[in-house]
Design a protein around this ligand. Sequence first.
Ligand SMILES: Nc1ncnc2c1ncn2[C@@H]1O[C@H](COP(=O)(O)OP(=O)(O)O)[C@@H](O)[C@H]1O
Ligand SMILES: [Mg+2]
Length: 248
Amino acid sequence: MLSIKNLEAGYGKVQVLHGISMEVPKGKVVTLIGSNGAGKTTTMRAISGMIAPTAGEISLNGTRTDGMESFTIAKLGLAHSPEGRRVFATMSVTDNLILGAFPRLTGSRPKGDVQGDLERAMELFPRLKERRNQLAGTLSGGEQQMLALGRAMIAKPKLLLVDELSLGLAPLIVREIYKQLLVIGETLGTAMLVVEQNANLALSFAQSAYLLKQGRVVLSGSAAEVAANPLMKSSYLGDAKAAEESST
Ligand SMILES: Nc1ncnc2c1ncn2[C@@H]1O[C@H](COP(=O)(O)OP(=O)(O)O)[C@@H](O)[C@H]1O
Ligand SMILES: [Mg+2]
C-alpha cells in the first residue's frame, strides 16, 4: 500500500528526516512512535505532499507520489487527519463532511453514493448526526476530532494518516474515537498510519510499529516485538503509562 524508501525531508535548510524507510501493508494499522520533535508530523506531511521530500521514494499502491501535489495524492486514495484537528469552524458539520468527498468527486475513482456515505459517517459518530447543522467551531474538542476523521473517511481512502488525535482530549474519549475509527477502517479495508502520543494505546491496536528518533527509524517490527523491546520500555512506554494514569 504505502512504501517509503530512504526518505529525506525538512524545512528550508533544516533537514528533519535522515533517510527513513517504512511500509504500511494494505488494510493494516501501523503506528509511528517517537518523542516530540522526532519527525513524526514531518513524515506525515511528506507522505501527503504538504512538503516535498529532498531525497528518497514514496509510493502508494506502486505509484510514485513523492513530488506530487497534495491534491493529486488525495485523488490516489490518501486522506490525512492532521495534528490539531483542522475543521472549517464557520461551516456546518454536514458541509465539513461533504468537503471530504471532494477528491473523490473530481478524481477518476468511482464517485459512489455521497449521500449514503454522509449518512454512514454520521451513524458511526452519532454525535455528529445530532449536531449536523451546528457550526463546526462550536463543537467540543472530541467532536471536532470525530468530524476531522469523518471527513477523512468519507473520501473512502485506501490509506488514512492520523496525527495525534488524542491531543487535548480526555483518555476515555480518545479510546471511544479509536474504537470507532478502527471499525470504519476494518469495514472499508483502509490502511492506517497512526501517530499517537500514548504509545501503549497505539501498540495495543496496531499490527506493526516504527520508532523514530531524531529523524531516523531506530526500531521496527510487529507491535508486540516493539512493545517488548527494552528501548521502548525504558524510554517510551513507562512515560506514556504514567502520563495516562496521572490524567485519569
Ligand atoms: N514548519 C516548520 N518549520 C521549521 N521547522 C519545523 C516545522 N515543523 C516542524 N519543524 C521542526 O522539525 C522537527 C520535527 O518536527 P515534527 O515532525 O513536528 O516532530 P513530531 O511530530 O515528531 O513531534 C522539529 O525539530 C521541529 O522543530
Ligand atoms: Mg507531531
